[in-house]
Write a protein that binds this ligand. Structure first.
Ligand code: CA
Length: 233
C-alpha cells in the first residue's frame, strides 16, 4: 500500500470553504454533506455579504450560486476578480441556464455544476479544484493488485483496465482509501447518493456485489448490521 491518503485527509481538516446559496434546503444539504469530509463550511445567503466575507476573510475555496439576493453571483465573481482575488470558485447554475454558465466562466469561475447535482460529483469537483490550487497531486491508490487513479478516474486490476460506472468507482475509491476502517452504510450511501435522491434499499448491496465480482470476492468484507470494509494489507 503506497499512498498518503491519510495525510491528505488531515490536510483537508483546515480547509475553509465559503458556501453562498440562498436556497436553504440546498445550502443545508451541501453543508451536511461536506462536514464528514473535514471541510469547514461557512454559509452565506446573499451576494453582498459573500463579497464582504471574501474580501475580508480567508477561504480556500468558494461555492457560489449565481441567482442570489442583494447582488447576483456573477457580479460577486466579477468584483472578486477585479480585485485580483485568486480564490478558486465553483459556480452553481440552474439546469437550463447555458448562458449563465458561459458568463460565469468568462467572469473567472474555475468550474461549474448544474443543479441538481450528485453530492459525489460536488466532492470530486472540490477535490480537483483544491488539488489544482495547491498543486498537490492526488496519489494513485494501490490495493492488492488494484490501481485506482483518482485524477484520470481509471482503474486496473492485475494490469488489466477495468471499466467501472461512476458510482462503483466512487465506492471503490472510498473503501480502498481507508483500509481497515469500517465504513457505515449511511456514510457510503451519502457518498453515493447525497441527500436528495430516492435510494432503493438494496442499491448499495448491488454495487458492492458488482465490485466483488469485477475484482475478487474477499475484496470487501460485510460487517453485519454496520457496513463494509476492506482489510488492511
Ligand atoms: Ca439561488
Amino acid at each position: 500500500m503506497h499512498n498518503n491518503a491519510a495525510s491528505t485527509k488531515d490536510d483537508r481538516n483546515d480547509m475553509r470553504i465559503l458556501l453562498v446559496e440562498d436556497d436553504r434546503a440546498l445550502g443545508e444539504g451541501i453543508r451536511t454533506a461536506l462536514k464528514p469530509e473535514g471541510y469547514t463550511v461557512d454559509w452565506l445567503q446573499d451576494g453582498a455579504s459573500a463579497l464582504h466575507a471574501l474580501s475580508h476573510e480567508s477561504f480556500e475555496l468558494a461555492i457560489l450560486d449565481l441567482g442570489l439576493p442583494r447582488m447576483d453571483g456573477l457580479e460577486v465573481l466579477k468584483r472578486l476578480r477585479a480585485s485580483a482575488n485568486p480564490i478558486p470558485v465553483l459556480v452553481l447554475t440552474a439546469r437550463d441556464a447555458t448562458s449563465d454558465r458561459i458568463a460565469g466562466l468568462d467572469a473567472g469561475a474555475d468550474d461549474y455544476l448544474v443543479k441538481p447535482f450528485d453530492v459525489a460529483e460536488l466532492k470530486a469537483r472540490l477535490r480537483a479544484l483544491l488539488r489544482r490550487s495547491f498543486n498537490r497531486p492526488e496519489p494513485t491508490l494501490e490495493y492488492r493488485g488494484i490501481l485506482l487513479d483518482p485524477v484520470n478516474q481509471q482503474v486496473s486490476y492485475q494490469g488489466a483496465p477495468i471499466n467501472l460506472p461512476r458510482k462503483e468507482f466512487v465506492l471503490l475509491h472510498e473503501l480502498i482509501a481507508q483500509p481497515g476502517r469500517v465504513l457505515t452504510r449511511d456514510r457510503l450511501q451519502q457518498v453515493l447518493y447525497g441527500w436528495d435522491e430516492e435510494v432503493e434499499s438494496n442499491a448499495l448491496e448491488v454495487h458492492i456485489h458488482h465490485l466483488r465480482k469485477k475484482f475478487f470476492p474477499e475484496l470487501i468484507r460485510t460487517v453485519r448490521g454496520v457496513g463494509y470494509l476492506v482489510d488492511k494489507c
